[in-house]
Design a protein around this ligand. Structure first.
Ligand SMILES: C[S@@+](CC[C@H](N)C(=O)[O-])C[C@H]1O[C@@H](n2cnc3c(N)ncnc32)[C@H](O)[C@@H]1O
Ligand SMILES: [Mg+2]
Length: 353
């Protein structure tokens, strides 16, 4: 899948299709690929609100039917070399009764042209978006060679979407080498990207690649995610330290004023500690500033917290940590420590929360 956008810098992304292989080795795409391709175009229309859109190789006009509901689009054109397809499907593009009852705010004209994408047609000049969905693989080598000059060079719309099957999936299909009898070729992602990058370069477009299905995963590179993980780990660590400090105080009390029946917990394993540290981790923790009490307030220096492995692995500097957690916890006046009530675990949050 390619989106080429004229003169607007963007990054290159390489994605993959989303597929599922069933037990009997019949490949199915979920949702079906044609729906994913159309959805990709719809998302683009949502984002860029083009006024004039043309679908080249529009076939049975399914995409045009989906696009005619967009209020931003005022001119919608379909072109196909197969006149019969246009005739048998064109009537689906007429307005419904409901569209008379509740008319659009802005004009919309829908037109179908019979013609070839490799012929210059001045009626397609000045478009905001041109889509070529599963078209180029139907062009013979001469037509494919003419395609860039006509579509990118002559028609030169603001944006072009081109989709073509990914041949890398073909070994998963039970049948032959090409997926359709009319296909003249099927490219790997690399072949497509090489072609598209060269075309985009020649006509001063910038190019972006994606599979029809793309999703991004949360990572620590995203500030929201980092903050969520940081605050979560931090609260766990603060609670551990607070409970440990309470226990230490109780033990000290007992040592000073032992009562009959008191058990000596000092030798018992500290169940609440929960974590096992390597020697290096222990050393890092011990070399960091210690938690301390100010009256009933228990203060844990940020540097101490950052020494614990689960927080250390987030690779956050003290200053960054301070700004990320500032609205989630109470900080000491100088901002160097988190302050909690020693006896109440529900006071971590700043007062106005
Ligand atoms: C696989 S169909 C894709 C139809 C539609 N874009 C879709 O995604 O459902 C390819 C279409 O391209 C049309 N086509 C092939 N060569 C063409 C050309 N040179 N100019 C215009 N249309 C062409 C075919 O008639 C066919 O309708
Ligand atoms: Mg095809």
């Amino acid at each position: 899948m390619e989106v080429a956008e004229k003169n607007i810098p963007c990054n290159s992304v390489v994605g993959g299709n989303f597929e599922e292989v069933c037990s009997e080795k019949v490949i199915r795409f979920k949702p079906p690929l044609y729906k994913q391709r159309y959805q990709f175009v719809r998302d683009l229309v949502d984002r860029h609100e083009p006024k004039k859109v043309a679908d080249l190789g529009c076939g049975d006009t399914k995409l045009l039917k989906l696009l005619k509901i967009y209020p931003c689009i005022q001119l919608l054109v379909g072109v196909d070399i197969n006149e019969e397809k246009l005739h048998s499907n064109g009537h689906h593009l007429s307005p419904y009764l409901g569209e008379f009852v509740k008319p659009r705010d802005l004009d919309l004209t829908v037109t179908l042209y019979h013609g070839s994408v490799v012929e210059r047609d001045s009626r397609l000049l000045g478009f905001d978006l041109i889509t070529c969905i599963e078209l180029i693989e139907h062009l013979n080598s001469d037509d494919l060679a003419r395609f860039p000059e006509v579509v990118f060079g002559y028609l030169s719309p603001s944006m072009i979407v081109i989709s073509t099957p990914n041949a890398e999936f073909n070994p998963l299909f039970p049948t032959v080498t090409l997926r359709d009898a009319d296909h003249k070729f099927e490219w790997s992602r690399m072949e497509f990207q090489t072609w598209a990058s060269r075309v985009a370069d020649s006509y001063n477009y910038c190019v972006e690649f994606t599979g029809v299905y793309t999703t991004s995963y949360p990572s620590l590179q995203q500030e929201k995610v980092l903050k969520f993980v940081l605050v979560g780990e931090l609260l766990i660590q603060v609670e551990r330290l607070r409970l440990r400090h309470q226990r230490m105080l109780r033990e000290q009390e007992k040592e000073l004023d032992p009562k009959p029946g008191d058990t000596d917990f000092s030798q018992a394993p500290h169940l609440l500690l929960g974590e096992v540290f390597t020697e290096a981790e222990k050393a890092r923790i011990e070399n960091s500033p210690q938690p301390f009490c100010e009256g009933e307030k228990f203060c844990i220096p940020l540097r101490r917290l950052l020494a614990y492995p689960k927080l250390h692995r987030l690779c956050v500097e003290e200053d960054r940590m301070r700004s990320l957690i500032a609205d989630s916890v109470c900080l000491s006046n100088d901002g160097s420590a988190i302050v909690v009530d020693l006896h109440n675990s529900w006071d971590y949050w700043p007062e106005d929360n």
